[in-house]
Design a protein around this ligand. Sequence first.
Ligand code: AMP
Ligand code: ZN
Length: 486
Amino acid sequence: MRFIDSQERCFHNKKAMIRFFNTLSGRLEVFEPLRPGEVRLYTCGPTVYDYAHIGNFRAYIFEDLLKRFLLYSGYRVFHVMNITDVDDKTIRNSQAQGLTLAEYTQKYINAFFEDIKVLNILPADVYPRATEHIPEMVNLIKILLAKGFAYEKDGSIYYSIARFPSYGQLAKIKPEELKPGARLEADEYEKERAHDFVLWKKRKEGEPFWETELGPGRPGWHIECSAMSMKYLGETFDLHCGGVDNIFPHHENEIAQSEAATGKPFVRYWLHCHHLIVEGEKMSKSKGNFYTLRDLLNRGVDPLALRFLLLSTHYRKTLNFTFEALEQATASLQRLRDFQIEIETRTFPEGYNEEVNQIISLARKEFKEGLSDDLNISLALSAVFSLIRKVNLLLQQGQIKNNDILALKEWLKEIDQVLGVLPPPPKALPEEIMAKIRLRERARQEKNYALADRLRQELLEQGILLEDTREGTRWKIISPKKTFPQ
Ligand code: AMP
Ligand code: ZN
C-alpha cells in the first residue's frame, strides 16, 4: 500500500526555495533567514483607539498566511506584534470620554484578541505594549542623541533625516524631495512632507506623560516599533510586515532610527500588503462603508468565510470588498467543507486507488510551489479545488477506497494548517439525520414511495441530498447559497 508517497513526504518536509517581493529592493528575492531554520518576524499591530476594521484584518490575515506557510515549510517562527496603546488618536479619544489612557485602550485590546481568535489567526509569541517599553525607547533616543542623529528643540526631540543619507530607501523618495530641518510633530503624514520627525514629544497640558531622563513627555509612534522589535528580535531580523500605508513614514523612520543607532541593517525582508477597499472606494467612516468584524458577524457572516475572502486575493493586489464577493467566498469555502464532510463521514470499501495517490502528489506540489512563489494564493487554491473536482468525479464513480480516504484526510489537514478555514472534522452526521436516512431506506424497500419521497424532501430541506445508486443510497451535503442583508 502506498497511500502516502514517502518520496513526496521528503519533498514536503524539505525547505523548497521560497521567494518574496521585498519592498526594500523592489524585487523578488530568495528568502533565507539569518539563522537557518528559524524566522524572526515583526508585524505592526493595532493602534487601539477603536475596533479594528476589516482592512486591518486583511493585513493581519496576510501576515498569518505568511507565518503559517513558513511553519508548514518547516521553519520555526518567532513572531512579535506590538500594541500601540499611546499615540495622538488614543489620547484624543480617551480624553473625549473622560477615561485614563489605560482604561480606554483596554477595551479595544480585549476586542482585538477576541477578533483574531474568531478569525483563526495564530497568536504572536509576544505582544509588547508601547506604554510598557518607555525605558527602551528612552534608551534608543539617548543613543541617537549621542551619535548626533537627534536634536532637542523646545523640549521635544527630533530625528534629523539629513544625517541619515539613505533616508527614503524604502519608500523610494529622492533626496531632493526631503525637507530636512523642517519639523513635524504628527505621527502620520504624506510622502511629500518628508520632514524631521519627532522621537519624544514634550509634555502637553492634560496629556499623559512619563517623567524620564529626556524630560517629561511621551514617545512618537515610530520609535515604539524600533525599540520593541529590536528588544525581542535583535538588531537585525528577518521579516517585517504591515500594510502599504505603513511604508511611509512609519517603516522608513523605523529603518532610520534603528540603523543609525546600531550601525547594522535593521530588517532583511520587508513585505507589505495592499489595501482593502470597499465597493470600489477607500474605506472610511465618513462614507459609511467602514466595517468592523463585529458589523459583519451581526449580519450573519461566517468569520472563516471572511478569512477565506481576505486571503484568497494575492497580498500585493488591492482587494475590493463587496458583499457579492463575500457570498462567492462563502460558496467556495462551502465546497471545501462539503468535501471534508464527505470524506470524514462516509464509509468506503477496502483497498486503494493509485490514481488518488497521484492526484494528491500533484496537488501537494502545486500548493507548495504556488505559495513559495511570493505567496501566490491563486495557484495554491487552484491546486486545492482541482483535487476536489477530480476526487469528486472518482467518488461519483465509486472508485475511492478507504486507504485513499486516509491520505485525503491527511492532505486536507495539511493544507488547512496554512489556510486555517476548516472547522474540526465532523465524525458523522447528527444521529437524527442518520435515523431519517435509515427510515427512508426502509420505506423504499417496503415500496412505501410516498413516505420515502416525503423523507427525501425533508432531508433535502435540511441540506442532505440522497442519491440512489446500484450500491445503495448515498448522501451528500448541499449547502444553501448564503446571502447577506446589506
Ligand atoms: P493601524 O491600527 O492603523 O496602525 O493599522 C494596523 C495595520 O492594518 C497596519 O499594518 C496597516 O498598514 C493595516 N491597514 C490599515 N488599513 C488597511 C486597509 N484598508 N487595508 C489593508 N491593511 C490596512
Ligand atoms: Zn510599527
